[in-house]
Structure formats: C-alpha cells, structure tokens
Design a protein around this ligand. Structure first.
Ligand code: C6P
Length: 417
C-alpha cells in the first residue's frame, strides 16, 4: 500500500497500466466481465493514495476543526488548511483566502447566486448563460430571475456543439451583470474559449463565473491566466471524495458578497443585536465542513499533479481521437458534439435504439456509460434528441477499452438488428 499521496508510477513516459494499478476499483468485475469504466464525467475513481490518506485521517487525525486546542483538533485543522493550500496551487489562485470549500460545483454556483446575485442583480438586470450549461448553472439563475425580475440571455451553439462566439458581444448591454459559462461541456465535451469570453466580458465591466466541473479533472486550470472572477469544480470528478468542491472567487468580490449560509465558524462575534461575519474564506464555510473529504481532495490533486495535467490531457486526447475514429466508422451511430476543441467525451445516438437500452446492454459487457439527458436538457433540445449515450474517459482508460466499447456497441446493434 502506498501511504503517500503520490502515484506509484513515476516514469518519464506515461505508463497507463502502472497508473491503473493504483485504482483498486478498476480490478472489479461487472457481470462477470472486467470493468470498463467510461462514466468519468459523472464521477471518477479514487486511487489508493487518496484512499490511504482518508484512512490515515480517520484513524489518526479526526476531530472538529478551528475550534479546540487539543492535539487532534490541531492536526485536523492543519490538514484541512493544508488541503486548501493544495487546491490553491492546483488552480494557481493568487491567495489561499480565495479558495472556499463547498459541497461541490452545484453548491459553489448556488453560493455565487445567493452571495453575489441576490446582492448585486436587480429587476431588469441581465445574466448571460450558454446553451451548453449544466442545469447547475441554469436553475440557480432562473431562481434568481424569478425572485428579482432579472433576465437570462443565452448564447447559442452551432451544429458541432461550439459556442457561437460572434453572437456573444451583441448579448451585452448596460444591464448585463454576470456571465456564467462552462469551461467544458459535460454533455458534449466542447472546450469553450472561456479566456477570450472573460476578456470580452471584462471590457464591458462584467464579471464571469466559470463552471469548471468538467475542466479541472482534465486540463491545467490557471485562474490567474483565465482572469475569471469565479471558478467552480467538484472533488469527486477529480479522483477525490464526494461531498466536496471548490469555489474560487477573487478576494475583492468575495469581500463584498453576502454569506450564503449562517452558523458556526462563519462569524467573528454574535449577539442578538448584531453579528459580525468572519473573514474570507470562513465567512462562506458555516458549520462543520466535510473535513475528511477536503483532505481527500487535497491528496487527489497531489496525485493528479504528480502525473501532470499536461500528461493527462495528452493521453485523454489520444483516447478521444482513437475513439472518435472508431465510432465514426460504425453505421447508424451519430456523434453529438464534434467541436474542434474537445475533451474526451463522446455522446452519441444509435439509429432506432433507445440510449437506456444501449446503457443496459453495455453494462452486461461490464461497460459503464451514462445515458439520458446528462442534466443538460437545453443541449439535447438543440440537437433534437431526448437523450444520448455518453462515454467519458479519464487518464486511466486505455485504447483496449475503446475497442471494448466499439465491440459492445456492435453487439447492441446486433441485438436490435
Ligand atoms: N455532471 C455528469 O454526469 P456536482 O453534482 O455539484 O458535483 O456537479 C454538477 C455539475 C456542474 N457542472 C457541470 C459541467 C457538470 O458536469 C456537473 C456534474 C455530472 O455530467 C453529473 S449530472
């Protein structure tokens, strides 16, 4: 067992088999077949060093944080804050106070909606979103619009699933208060030109929230280079635990925002007459946080960085290119989402076969894919489909697993022939 939060394979060339050996779950069988896990956009798997770090925390460090002077509390507090510093380095945030632990991307976006939106967005103000957004970056803004009378504007996509950038500038006016855009689409894999969009929004004085749930696990994210105002992502898509995520926000904005939740740890003083809120980031972390999960995601980013985000992106791109070629050769298969710049996500439909049947039959071969609308119904509507089958790859997937997917799809087509 590797007790360090590092991969066991440190070799100059990327050795996928050695990486796979770090993931106990990749050894399990499903339906008597070796697992082929291609549902990484929903949640990725956890390597042994992260599991070990969680065990170490639970067995030698667990206590509540920021509250007591006893040794375990000090250990837990140090580990929790160390995890925050790891996350800061992972996204190159300038200041550790700009890293807020949340329960995930969804809560991070809701935090911005409550903390920023409810304070600064009024009736008649406008928010620009895109057709590619996950429901997590649509519904909170609809709730705000309903409450305040604000208006949502939507940047469309083309037939490849790329944002129509020419239509972006005309969406702005004097009432535009926020842009919300995903860095990578979960349904299609399109990588959006967020840096360019942020620069365009900033020229008009408009802050930008980037939903990075599908980017942080696959690309090197640098929030200073992007110059985004907010960046949200989830631990469980990053080989970390569920129940943890991050909101990065520029300190100047976070300082001006209302806390999202009230309770312990987010205050400096409380009386029935007056409460003084804590400084950032604690102002936004009311109550006992998911301490173990935060420490776990710290170990997860150590693991990813030890492999190297560029190495990860390169391997996944090779998988994407190979899988795209293979799937394009299958008659009756329609790829949905063919952007020039894509992460390793392949959404597709098969003529005359419902995606849920595809998913069920693939599972019988041990192949895990997601089927449905992927919490991105406006994307499905745009492509006039109710659902797709989605294979989403991670750095531990192999070309042989692409072959297994292709053979699985051929098998499904045979059953329905
Ligand atoms: N997408 C998928 O299968 P949470 O649930 O808070 O960790 O992440 C929400 C979320 C937000 N934005 C994007 C772009 C996402 O992809 C997700 C989660 C999963 O595609 C589950 S629906």
């Amino acid at each position: 067992m590797n007790a360090r939060a590092e991969p066991t394979h440190v070799t100059p060339a990327y050795d996928v088999e050695r990486v796979r050996a770090d993931f106990p779950i990749l050894q399990v069988e499903v339906e008597g077949k070796p697992l082929v896990y291609l549902d990484n956009a929903a949640s990725s798997q956890m390597p042994q060093p992260v599991i070990d770090r969680l065990v170490r925390y639970q067995t030698t460090e667990h206590a509540n944080i920021h509250r007591a002077v006893h040794t375990l509390s000090e250990r837990a507090t140090a580990a929790y804050e160390e995890a925050r510093a790891k996350l800061q380095r992972f996204i190159n945030a300038p200041d550790v106070r700009e890293v807020i632990f949340t329960s995930g991307t969804t809560e991070a976006i809701n935090l911005v909606m409550h903390g920023y939106g409810r304070r600064f967005i009024k009736a008649g103000d406008e928010i620009i979103l895109t057709t590619l957004e996950h429901h997590s970056n649509i519904v909170p803004w609809q709730m705000l619009a309903e409450e305040t009378g604000a208006i949502l504007r939507v940047l469309p996509i083309n037939d490849a699933g790329e944002l129509c950038l020419d239509d972006f500038e005309p969406l702005f006016n004097a009432r535009t208060k926020l842009v919300g855009v995903s860095h990578v689409s979960n349904a299609l894999g399109s990588i959006n030109p967020v840096k360019q969009m942020i620069a365009m929004a900033h020229e008009r004085g408009v802050p930008v929230l980037v939903d990075g749930a599908q980017a942080a696990p696959h690309l090197a994210v640098d929030v200073q280079d992007l110059d985004c105002d907010f960046y949200a992502f989830s631990g469980h898509k990053l080989c970390g635990p569920t129940g943890i995520g991050v909101l990065y926000g520029k300190a100047a904005l976070l300082e001006k925002m209302q806390p999202f939740k009230g309770g312990g740890d987010m205050i400096l003083s409380v009386s029935f007459e007056n409460t003084v809120y804590n400084t950032i980031p604690y102002k936004f972390e009311a109550g006992t946080p998911p301490i173990a999960a935060a420490i776990g995601v710290g170990a997860a980013v150590d693991y990813l960085l030890a492999i190297g985000m560029d190495t990860i992106a390169r391997h996944e791109h090779a998988l994407l290119q190979y899988a795209t070629g293979q799937l394009n050769d299958l008659p009756g298969l329609r790829l949905i989402g063919t952007a020039q710049d894509k992460a390793a996500v392949l959404s597709f439909t098969l003529d005359g076969i419902h995606p849920h049947d595809v998913g069920t039959l693939l599972n019988q071969e041990g192949i895990a894919v997601r089927t449905g609308h992927h919490c991105a119904q406006p994307v499905m509507t745009r492509f006039k489909v109710a659902a797709t089958t989605r294979a989403s790859f991670a750095f531990y997937n192999t070309m042989a697993e692409v072959d297994a997917l292709v053979a699985g799809i051929r098998g499904v087509q045979k059953v329905f022939a």
